[in-house]
Design a protein around this ligand. Structure first.
Ligand SMILES: CC/C=C\CC/C=C/CC(=O)SCCNC(=O)CCNC(=O)[C@H](O)C(C)(C)COP(=O)(O)OP(=O)(O)OC[C@H]1O[C@@H](n2cnc3c(N)ncnc32)[C@H](O)[C@@H]1OP(=O)(O)O
Length: 289
C-alpha cells in the first residue's frame, strides 16, 4: 500500500518531467539524470544513470529514477531492465554525501525515505533486473547492483565494488547488511563490512558480489545475452520464486521503516558523524589537488 501511494506521487511528479523520442525503434525517455532506452517490442529497457560527475544518488536523481522505473513497471510489455551508467568508469559513487552533510533533520528524513524507496522498488521489482557495472560502484552504488537478479562487471582492476561505509565513519544500515549477507555469506560480510572493503572485479567475482566479469567492451552485449536467457523463463514462475526469496527481507524494512528513518536522522545529525563526513569530503577534494 505504502509503495503504491508513493508511486502515485512519483507519477504525478513524473508527468511534469521528461522528454521522449524514438531512436532505432526504441523509445527514449530522457529525464535529466536518467536515460531510458525502452524497446517495447523486445520487452527490455536499458536504464542509464546520468548524474554527473559521479552518478551520486542525490534526492533529485532518486526521484527521477523512481519515476522512470515506475513507468516501466506500469507497462506490462516490459519484462526486463538493464541498469548501467551513462559514464563508463563510474557506475555510481553511492549516496550523495551532500544530502547527508550540513542539512536539517527534515531533509535527512526525506532523503532517507527516498533511499529506502529505491531499494524496496528495485529489490521487489517483478521485472528481470540485470546490472551492467561499467565502473566503480561503492556503497549505495553497490547496493543498487545487489538488488539486481544478475550482475556483470567490467574487467578493469581500477574499478571496485563493495560497502565501504565504515571507512567514512558511518554504518551500513541493517537492510544494506542483510542484502550483502544474503549475497556473500555471513563471515565474508562481517569482515568486509567492518573494514569497509572495496573489491576489484576478480575478487568481487570470487566472493559472489558479481556473477560475471567480462572485458569492458563486452559488458553491454553480455547483459543483453544474459537478459535473453532470463526472458526464456516463464514470468509467473520466476516472479513467484523471486518473491519467495526476497519478501521476508523487504518486509523487515517495511515494518520498521519509520524507526529506520528516525535512526538515520539521529545518527547522521550527530556532530561526530558530521565531522567524519567533513573529513571524508576533504579527502576527496585533496585527492584532486
Ligand atoms: C544508520 C545509517 C547511517 C548511515 C548510512 C549512510 C549510508 C551511506 C552509503 C553511501 O553510499 S555513502 C557514499 C560512499 N561513496 C563513496 O565513498 C565514494 C566517494 N567517491 C569516490 O571515491 C570517487 O569520487 C569515485 C571513485 C566515485 C570517482 O572518482 P573520480 O572520477 O576521480 O571523481 P572525484 O573523486 O574527483 O569526484 C568528482 C566530484 O564528485 C564528488 N563526489 C564524489 N563522490 C560523491 C558522493 N558520493 N556524493 C557526493 N559527491 C561526491 C567529489 O567530491 C568531487 O566533487 P568536486 O566538487 O571536488 O568536483
Amino acid at each position: 500500500m505504502a509503495l503504491a501511494a508513493a508511486g502515485r506521487v512519483l507519477l504525478q511528479a513524473g508527468s511534469r518531467l521528461g522528454r521522449r523520442e524514438v531512436v532505432d525503434g526504441a523509445r527514449r525517455f530522457a529525464n535529466k539524470r536518467v536515460e531510458v532506452e525502452a524497446d517495447e517490442a523486445a520487452g527490455i529497457a536499458v536504464m542509464k544513470l546520468k548524474n554527473p560527475p559521479v552518478n551520486s544518488l542525490s534526492l533529485e536523481f532518486l526521484t527521477e529514477f523512481l519515476i522512470s522505473l515506475e513507468k516501466l513497471e506500469n507497462n506490462k510489455n516490459f519484462r526486463g531492465v538493464i541498469l548501467t551508467s551513462e559514464r563508463p568508469g563510474v557506475f555510481s559513487a553511492g549516496l550523495d554525501l551532500m544530502e547527508m552533510y550540513g542539512r536539517n533533520p527534515a531533509h535527512y528524513a526525506e532523503y532517507w525515505r527516498a533511499v529506502q524507496e529505491l531499494w524496496l522498488r528495485l529489490y521487489l521489482s517483478n521485472m528481470i533486473l540485470v546490472c551492467a557495472i561499467n565502473g566503480t560502484s561503492p556503497a549505495g552504488g553497490c547496493l543498487m547492483a545487489l538488488t539486481c537478479d544478475h550482475r556483470i562487471m567490467a574487467d578493469n582492476p581500477k574499478y571496485t565494488i563493495g560497502l565501504n561505509e565504515s571507512q567514512l565513519g558511518i554504518v551500513a544500515p541493517f537492510w544494506f547488511k542483510d542484502n550483502f549477507v544474503n549475497t556473500v555469506g555471513y563471515r565474508t560480510a562481517e569482515h568486509a563490512l567492518q573494514l569497509g572493503l572495496l573489491f576489484p572485479p576478480a575478487e568481487a567475482l570470487k566472493l559472489g558480489i558479481v556473477d560475471e566479469v567480462v572485458p569492458e567492451d563486452q559488458v553491454h552485449s553480455k547483459a543483453q545475452s544474459v537478459m535473453a536467457q532470463w526472458m526464456a523463463i516463464p514470468d509467473h514462475s520466476r516472479q513467484l520464486t523471486k518473491n519467495m526469496m526476497r519478501k521476508a527481507m523487504a518486509d523487515n524494512l517495511i515494518k520498521q521503516r519509520e524507526a529506520d528513518i528516525q535512526n538515520f536522522v539521529s545518527f547522521i545529525s550527530r556532530d561526530s558523524i558530521q565531522k567524519s563526513l567533513h573529513t571524508y569530503l576533504e579527502k576527496l577534494k585533496q585527492k584532486k589537488g
